[in-house]
Ligand binder design. Structure first.
Ligand code: FES
Length: 183
C-alpha cells in the first residue's frame, strides 16, 4: 500500500455530524483537509458512517473534482480528447512532463505540481486546452504551455522568498520589542 496519512477521527466525526449522509459534501471536506481522498480515510469513513465502501468509491471516482491520489499544490489538467489531440495536445503533454520531469498522474518531488489528463474540458473550439489551478489556457502550443508553467514556478518561488523574509523580520522584531519593554 502507498503511504497513507493518519486518520483525523475528529474531522470525520464533524463532517458526518454536519453533512449527515450527504456523501459529496463529506468528501469535499475530507479532500479540502488532505488535498485528496486517502484510502485509509475512506475506509474509516465507511466504518463510522455505515455508508458502504463501494458507494463511497462510486462517488469519489464519478466526479473529476475528487482525487484518490495526492495532488501537487498546482494541479495541471491537459485535455487529451479528440479535438485537442488532433490539434497537438500530445506535444503539449510531452513538453510539460519533460519540463517537470514527471509522468501523467505523478507529483513533482517538491509537491508543487501534478499533472493529469481528461477526455474533454468542454471547450473543444479552443483546443488544445490546459487548466492550471482552475484557470483555462487555450489554443496552446508546447512553447506556450512551457511559458505558463515556468511563470507559475517563478511566482511560487517569489512568494516563498517573501514568506521567508517576513518570517525573518518577525524573528528579528521580537528581541527588539523585549528591549523596549525593559527600559
Ligand atoms: S476535446 Fe479538448 S476540450 Fe473537448
Amino acid at each position: 500500500m502507498d503511504f497513507q496519512p493518519q486518520v483525523n477521527e475528529e474531522l470525520l466525526d464533524q463532517a458526518i455530524a454536519l453533512h449527515g449522509l450527504s456523501l459529496v459534501s463529506i468528501l469535499h471536506q475530507v479532500q479540502d483537509h488532505y488535498g485528496y481522498l486517502p484510502e485509509v480515510v475512506l475506509r474509516a469513513l465507511c466504518r463510522k458512517s455505515g455508508i458502504p465502501l463501494t458507494e463511497i468509491y462510486g462517488v469519489a471516482t464519478f466526479y473529476s473534482y475528487f482525487s484518490l491520489k495526492p495532488r501537487g499544490r498546482h494541479q495541471i489538467t491537459v485535455c487529451s480528447g479528440t479535438s485537442c489531440h488532433v490539434r497537438g495536445s500530445g506535444r503539449v503533454i510531452k513538453e510539460v512532463c519533460n519540463l517537470l520531469q514527471i509522468q501523467i498522474g505523478q507529483v513533482t518531488p517538491d509537491g508543487e505540481f501534478s499533472i493529469e489528463t481528461v477526455n474533454c474540458l468542454g471547450c473543444c473550439a479552443f483546443a488544445p486546452v490546459m487548466v492550471v489551478n482552475g484557470q483555462y489556457h487555450v489554443h496552446l502550443s508546447p512553447a506556450k504551455a512551457r511559458e505558463i508553467i515556468i511563470s507559475i514556478r517563478e511566482d511560487a518561488a517569489r512568494e516563498s522568498d517573501l514568506q521567508t523574509q517576513e518570517a525573518e523580520q518577525e524573528r528579528e522584531a521580537v528581541p527588539l520589542q523585549k528591549d523596549v519593554s525593559l527600559r
